[in-house]
Design a protein around this ligand. Structure first.
Ligand code: IMP
Ligand code: MG
Length: 172
């Protein structure tokens, strides 16, 4: 047990949730030209686990965005720091995010990805902080919904720390 952290989701709960999402996505995207776009860095472990449970062929791509604000708050001023490097034209894109909080980052990301002309564009988030939304944005696949609290682990950081923890914790 790590000091200052309270366990929120165990390895077993995460595995069960990710497997369930993979089953649902595999059914929905059968016979499609699927591309998973992981949003770096937070979604890297989620994407890796999810992808290995899919039963359909997929392409895998990554994007990185930066938002300016304090460490725990998003400001809404977002820029692309690493764009996709493969064509998304006519493909069925599923964005893989760690957390949707205010929704500002995701709204920016969706607007940006639309310029790459995918034939469909949906979003899968491991954690949805639905009650904190500042802009309306649809999340098509949600692993966990939480009300508030700052979480870390399973790829998710605070100040670049804690990403490698296999469980998800709430930080004080
Ligand atoms: P939004 O633009 O406010 O929706 O910000 C979403 C992004 O903020 C997520 O992709 C995370 O990178 C970060 N974030 C939001 N809540 C948390 C948290 O509880 N822990 C770590 N990062 C968070
Ligand atoms: Mg993020």
């Amino acid at each position: 047990m790590v000091k200052g952290l309270t366990l929120l989701f165990s390895k077993e709960e995460i595995a069960e949730t990710v497997t369930g999402l993979a089953r649902e996505i595999s059914a929905d995207y059968a016979n499609k030209k699927m591309v998973l776009i992981g949003v770096l860095k937070g979604a890297f472990i989620f994407l890796a686990d999810l992808a290995r449970h899919l039963t359909i062929p997929v392409e895998i791509e990554f994007m990185r965005i930066a938002s300016y604000g304090s460490q725990k708050e998003s400001s809404g001023k977002v820029t692309v720091t690493k764009d996709v490097e493969i064509s998304l034209e006519g493909k069925d894109v599923l964005v893989i995010e760690d957390i949707v909080d205010t929704g500002l980052s995701l709204t920016f990301l969706i607007d940006h990805l639309r310029t790459h002309n995918p034939s469909s564009l949906k979003v899968c988030a491991l954690v949805d902080k639905k009650s904190r939304r500042e802009v309306e944005v649809e999340v098509d696949y949600v692993g966990f919904t939480i009300d508030d609290g700052f979480i870390v682990g399973y790829g998710i950081d605070f100040n670049e720390g804690y990403r490698a923890l296999p469980e998800i914790f709430v930080i004080d």
